[in-house]
Design a protein around this ligand. Sequence first.
Ligand SMILES: NC(=O)c1ccc[n+]([C@@H]2O[C@H](COP(=O)([O-])OP(=O)(O)OC[C@H]3O[C@@H](n4cnc5c(N)ncnc54)[C@H](OP(=O)(O)O)[C@@H]3O)[C@@H](O)[C@H]2O)c1
Length: 358
Amino acid sequence: MRRIALLGATGSIGRQAIEVVERNPELELCALASASTDLDALAREHGVEHAQVGGDLIELLEASEPDVVLNAVVGFAGVGATLWALERGVTLALANKESLVAAGELALAAKERGGGLLLPVDSEHSALFQCLDGRDRDSVDSLVLTASGGPFRGRSRAELEDVTVEDALAHPTWAMGPKITVDSATLANKGLELIEAHFLFGTPYDRIEIVVHPTSVVHSLVRFRDGTALAHLGYPDMTVPISYALTYPERAPTDVPRLDLAAGLTLEFSAPDLETFPLAALARRAGEAGGTYPAVYNAANEVAVAAFLERRLPFLGIGEIVEETLTAADGAPARDLDALVEADAEARRLAGRGVPVG
Ligand SMILES: NC(=O)c1ccc[n+]([C@@H]2O[C@H](COP(=O)([O-])OP(=O)(O)OC[C@H]3O[C@@H](n4cnc5c(N)ncnc54)[C@H](OP(=O)(O)O)[C@@H]3O)[C@@H](O)[C@H]2O)c1
């Protein structure tokens, strides 16, 4: 039996994870957490003793003693749980990319001490993890992250001036929670994934490329020094990377349809338009600058996306706030979690100055 603590149980990833657990008799839920959604029925149905709405995730993890933490909380709120699992060598199935982006160096140090597994749930990183598995790192040339391009692919900046929350939430290939859906529309999601890939695989930023691939069938690729590229393909469905992380190193069956090549597949790739979608380029700048700049990028983006979702900020204001916050912040490295929390709070304060009071 593998005991899973599911943090963010009521979200898009959380609900799909529950289906994966229900399908696999060797998986058992030992803890559930949400921010404000009631968990009583879910806890009763799955016989889960430790269920918590709001409150301290660390207390929940300490009490429930999981074998695997599936961190599917959204945003910086997941950072403590990520560090907790890595420090103790408890397997971390990570959907909450924001925590690795913000706490990258601290997380790697905690993983080194804890000696446990860090399994990416993000579909692109699960793909890269599988393409890299068992390969000599010296043979790797570069990583390629694919991006659907979101609902506004092909538009000019002028055409983005008046887009609404509803427009931004209409994602062409993935059904996800609101924050990541907006991040996909701005390309901040790919920016976060760029930094996530750097920390997960130790790859320098100049060897991680972002390409637009509208059908999301190729989840990512690794290029090798002999000219080979290995790609990971499948229909876009988060069940697959969730199931892979929860049943690793086995590859449990899922109901996801097999790839039907005879029915025809469109595999188009193009360079992202970084002028229209500056958030991917800003992530690269933050990642290369190091220190707490990735945390600043993440915090400013969280503030700006929340303001956009509350209709207090136009769509293009998200990039402007992140850029202004990166310029204003000092980015000094964080020695510990307290210093990181402080840098996050300061970045939120700086970003908040750019949000119209509404
Ligand atoms: N959705 C996807 O397909 C996808 C793909 C790749 C990566 N991810 C990543 O996975 C994470 C979750 O995304 P999502 O789309 O599932 O988000 P979501 O649908 O908005 O769900 C977020 C979940 O986190 C809970 N939560 C938020 N803050 C919390 C806190 N402080 N303590 C405990 N629980 C908290 C929410 O509870 P309430 O219900 O009470 O609000 C909800 O259960 C994000 O980091 C995202 O980038 C998602």
